[in-house]
Design a protein around this ligand. Sequence first.
Ligand code: PHE
Length: 344
Amino acid sequence: MQEKLQALQTEALEHVEQAKTLADLQNVRVSYLGKKGPITEVLRGMGKLSPEERPVIGELANKVREAITEALDTKKQNLEEAALNEQLKSETIDVTLPGRPVQVGGSHLLTDIVTEIEDLFIGMGFEVREGPEVETDYYNFEALNLPKDHPARDMQDSFYITEELLLRTHTSPVQARTMGEYKGNKPVKMICPGKVYRRDTDDATHSHQFTQVEGLYVDKDVRMSDLKGVLNQFAKQFFGEEREIRLRPSFFPFTEPSVEMDISCKVCHGEGCSVCKKTGWIEILGGGMVHPDVLEMAGYDPEVYSGFAFGMGPERIAMLKYGVDDIRHFYTNDVRFLKQYHQV
Ligand code: PHE
């Protein structure tokens, strides 16, 4: 038995030595060490041996198995190394080949404009808030002093989802939501950027979906002069120090008095030209002093608190700042358009 095992070892090591490929080696492994191989057979037959023989043969069989395993592993490593060297020799990398250009995307012009507006107002102490695009009739209209049959609802043709739910037509509902959250006993100073929706026929200056940035400042003793100061600061920082603003009377149901803000034309500086339609001024946004009813509905005592609000359209602002002639460019996503405003 001992001789048989010795002979097996010698034979197996020879086969290992002769193996030329990993597949050969695997065959050797299976035939000597596999379940049906001779070593396993010896170990299985141990029961039939005498108690004196058993430990001797057992030990030897294990040794033989270890020796074969070790030889197999070493040979495997050698074969693998040889294969790798062969591969390295046959493959060459031309490090002088130019790389493939990587197309890097950039943020959208509107995103940049909104971020810039946000930064300017954050600098003046405003916080940035958000509100839902699917809004209730209550917040979109009623809480803003526009009861159900109010004719001014026609100013903003709406996409209704149910009788009580619609796509918000402006970001003003976030005024009412924020004041409601602040429970009528602390100042509010926030802006809210977001998408709004109106039933308009799309053309160069209209889109059924566009962006607004709302502003609201409520505190004790807030005045119209504060509104003018903040807007003036914004206009000069955003459009340039040399630009002037003016406020014209206007109407919104949720502000009283209401204003529209114009900015002096950058082309003619107020002289009148084709860009400003000979007026010298370009309309930028709407605003006013928060209507006492709106304050009251949101839980603020209009005898104690006052506030101003405004709303602007980043598309319009971007169009003026960069001379974009069609609002649809913002949504049709022609990269040739988008790339012009992003130096990547
Ligand atoms: N929500 C108004 C609009 O969409 C703009 C506005 C906001 C006016 C706040 C006054 C105060 O036209």
